[in-house]
Ligand binder design. Structure first.
Ligand SMILES: [Zn+2]
Length: 252
């Protein structure tokens, strides 16, 4: 009986999300409570009064099924976890043991882009933390930043956005290595390469600014350089204190 009630409650809470991609359609049943809690976009889609709002179903276009499935894994993880901070738990959000650094990098960037498009603030933070976690751990010889995904980031994220900045800093810090060739560089957007050069000049002359203006001399220790809060879009120092308290139980 108890199982039946739980099942009925779960069904009453479920909404349908249709993923439309390349002429194909996939339907997912998702917890309305969970998805509306994490995203103002989905809250408006399922609870809003605007035209097109429907309390049971919505469609997403041009989202890869794999991306949406990863988002659902994250949603489930986040909804059932007390400690959501990446630094405390390498097996936390957006980590798959089966993935290489390259795979984790791609997963985190895909999730960030999804979080940007569908307004999921916590996912944006988790993706940021996973990328900075990664950039603190890799080495020059293991660095790999997929050129095609940098192209997507430059197509979908505005100039000066924290995600662009993480990738620029990642390349500045690790990208100049033995595997760099004329051909590999030509795969990146030209604007990205220019940004890396300008960033190098600013860092070398201690003219750090923009989203990373919270600290000037970050030095060459990746653990300091890729500090997550530099990329959380905080406007004031006090926000960092709150961020540490609420998102890193036990401290760094
Ligand atoms: Zn922060």
């Amino acid at each position: 009986m108890a199982i039946l009630i739980v099942q009925m409650e779960a069904e009453a809470d479920a909404v349908r999300i249709k993923i439309m991609n390349k002429g194909k359609e996939r339907i997912f049943a998702v917890s309305k409570k969970q998805i509306t809690a994490c995203s103002p976009y989905f809250a408006a889609a399922f609870e809003g009064t605007s035209q097109g709002a429907n309390d049971k179903e919505t469609k997403l276009y041009d989202v890869a099924t794999a991306t949406f499935e990863q988002f659902l894994l994250w949603l489930d993880w986040h909804s059932n976890s007390e400690n959501s901070r990446v630094e405390c738990d390498p097996y936390g959000p957006l980590y798959l043991e089966s993935l290489s650094y390259h795979g984790i990098c791609e997963l985190a960037i895909n999730m960030y882009l999804f979080a940007h498009a569908y307004d999921v603030p916590q996912l944006r933070v988790d993706a940021t933390d996973r990328l900075t976690w990664l950039f603190r751990r890799i080495t020059k010889s293991t660095f790999s930043l997929p050129a095609d995904i940098v192209g997507r980031v430059y197509g979908e994220m505005p100039k000066g956005s924290p995600l662009r900045m993480i990738l620029i800093d990642g390349f500045y810090f690790w990208g100049f290595n033995d595997t760099m060739t004329f051909k590999s560089l030509m795969g990146y957007p030209k604007e990205f390469l220019v940004d890396v050069m300008l960033r190098s000049a600013k860092i070398l002359n201690d003219e750090d600014e923009g989203v990373t203006s919270l600290s000037l001399s970050r030095g060459c220790d990746p653990r300091r350089f890729f500090y997550p809060c530099y990329y959380h879009d905080h406007k004031e120092y006090s926000e960092i204190g709150d961020c540490l308290e609420t998102r890193i139980p036990g401290g760094f």
